[in-house]
Design a protein around this ligand. Structure first.
Ligand code: SAM
Length: 270
């Protein structure tokens, strides 16, 4: 069911549990700020371009309406890099509804969402995972359970950014499972960043156990924080109380691992 959000862009509410695919305060704003900006897509693109890259590899977990993909295209504009995206979706009807109805009520969103719609339409006509052209780059849509799809991706592929955007752990836990998050972590390139809207301690602990540095995502719209994770970058540190809770969670679950440090270390470290 379509829902008009606070910035004028549309999102959909799930027909069963009712959760919307984006913040009701602004779907397009959330896509830009929580994902493209938080993952430093533009900055990272310029860094890897200087090192010889020609495309930016994105793992987009939860294709939905494709707004996060549109935000990635916007962030890459003018960098000289094309988007090379693997996008995971279990429910083709969300994409079909997006194509039937359109979501781009804003001119700047339409500019970046139009090529995403063309690519998704082509991808729906082809077998799952077929590369299709997207704004001069490539998009592969994997239809099915993302946990299975991820295992079928090129094992040597390393992502420059990960947009982790499933429904919340409370309504759909599948894409927050520790094993899935560990598989994502294994596929993150040096210098890459993962962003998600959740502040769940369990999710943060799973990301840390997967070997990532875990930090705090910025406030976006009505949400005071999110979560960032990277194999080697220092995200904004968690506050002292949250760090202590995370440390306790990690110690309880599988024994304290002295080599683990959230971004900037624990506040109690001497
Ligand atoms: C919050 S919405 C994503 C919104 C999207 N990122 C966008 O920009 O429009 C979550 C999406 O994850 C999909 N999803 C839920 N469980 C999944 C699973 N196990 N595998 C793949 N996709 C899944 C849902 O169908 C839904 O489209």
């Amino acid at each position: 069911m379509p829902v008009v959000t606070g910035d004028g862009s549309l999102t959909f509410a799930h027909p069963v549990h009712g959760q919307t695919c984006h913040s009701k305060a602004g779907a397009w704003t959330e896509s830009r700020e929580r994902y493209a900006v938080a993952c430093r897509v533009r900055e990272r693109a310029l860094e890897i371009k200087a090192a010889g890259a020609t495309s930016f590899r994105l793992l987009d977990v939860g294709t939905g309406l494709g707004l996060n993909l549109a935000a990635a295209l916007e962030a890459l504009s003018g960098t000289g890099l094309t988007l090379d995206a693997d996008t995971l979706e279990i429910d083709r009807s969300v994409i079909e509804a997006t194509l039937a109805q359109g979501v781009a009520t804003l001119a700047d969103l339409e500019r970046w969402h139009a090529p995403v719609r063309v690519a998704l339409a082509g991808a729906l006509r082809a077998p799952s995972g077929t590369p299709v052209e997207c704004a001069g780059g490539t998009l592969r849509l994997y239809l099915g359970d993302g946990r299975e799809s991820l295992r079928t991706l090129d094992p040597s592929a390393r992502f420059d950014a990960v947009f982790l955007d499933p429904f919340s752990p409370g309504v759909d836990a599948s894409l927050w499972e520790a094993q899935f998050l560990a598989e994502i972590a294994r596929r993150m390139a040096p210098g890459s960043m993962l962003s998600t809207y959740t502040v769940s301690l369990g999710v943060r602990a799973a990301l840390a156990r997967a070997g990532l540095k875990v930090g705090c995502g910025a406030a976006v719209l009505t949400k005071a924080a999110g979560t960032l994770a990277s194999p080697d970058r220092e995200p904004l540190p968690l506050d002292a109380k949250t760090m202590r809770r995370l440390e306790a969670r990690l110690a309880r679950a599988d024994g304290f691992r002295p080599e683990f440090r959230p971004a900037s270390g624990f506040p109690d470290d001497a």
